[in-house]
Ligand binder design. Structure first.
Ligand code: ADP
Ligand code: ADP
Length: 222
């Protein structure tokens, strides 16, 4: 089964029409793709269609084998529960410690305290924040916030991981380390899509590379 299937998708904003034109994209379950393209090409917009934050103006968006593009707003949580989202602006909860930020999605999913605690610790250690568990986000560096956002997004082992420029705030070495983390999660079964303008990282990753330019997507057919 395919995790994502877009057919003939067109989308534009009121002030920026025709951001995406006739986009066809298949992400088979368990696949790993990079989405590249210059700034303003529509990478974030394409992610928003997958998270159901925006709806296609033409064509169809299927996620987890279901019609997501025309699902009612009330169905959005049903889709998002199976996704791990890494936003460009992190969206961390500043009043919670790093530990509680990572534990929150597990608690919301009803995981028992004695289970989510060790899971949160393990994930924080994995992203190199084992010594910063009790720190609040405002006291973290940009790269640390980025790693915390990734830990929180993936701790529930989501079926689909969508990341918008997840290596934008870290140096090259940390970028490679985060790439390895995404690859490990992919091996555990998550379908992964990483939007990045870093063509070199995309090429080195060995993942399939999709390119957006002039509203058109290339490399998207399975
Ligand atoms: P990328 O992620 O590749 O940098 P975006 O998807 O953010 O590209 O943006 C694609 C185009 O849509 C750009 O021209 C951008 O200015 C425009 N755009 C993005 N969001 C909005 C919005 N909310 N309203 C109007 N135009 C937007
Ligand atoms: P809105 O608040 O208008 O619904 P979103 O919350 O969907 O918009 O997105 C706002 C910003 O979050 C975008 O500029 C984009 O960078 C980022 N974003 C949106 N969807 C995703 C995603 N699936 N993964 C990572 N980042 C995303």
């Amino acid at each position: 089964p395919d995790t994502v299937r877009l057919q003939g998708v067109g989308f534009g904003y009121a002030e920026t029409t025709r951001v995406l034109r006739d986009v066809n994209l298949t992400l088979p379950a368990g696949s790993f793709h990079f989405l590249t393209g210059p700034s303003g090409a529509g990478k974030s917009t394409l992610l928003k269609l997958l998270t159901l934050a925006e709806r296609p103006q033409s064509g169809t968006v299927e996620v987890f084998g279901e019609d997501a593009g025309s699902a009612p707003r009330s169905a959005i949580p049903h889709f998002r529960r199976r996704m791990g989202l890494i936003f460009q602006d992190f969206r961390l909860l500043d009043h919670l410690t790093a530990y509680d930020n990572v534990g929150l999605p597990l608690r919301l999913a009803g995981v028992k305290d004695e289970v989510w605690g060790p899971d949160a610790e393990e994930m924080l250690t994995w992203v190199g924040l084992g010594q910063k568990m009790d720190v609040h986000p405002p006291a973290l560096s940009g790269g640390e916030k980025q790693r915390l956002a990734i830990a929180r997004a993936v701790v529930t082992r989501p079926d689909l991981i969508l990341a918008d420029e997840p290596t934008g705030s870290v140096d090259a070495r940390m970028g490679e380390r985060l790439l390895k983390l995404f690859q490990a999660l992919n091996k555990l079964g998550s379908t992964v899509l990483i939007a990045s303008h870093d063509e070199a990282l995309a090429e080195r990753s060995g993942a399939r590379v999709l390119r957006l330019e002039g509203g058109r997507l290339t490399g998207g057919e399975a």
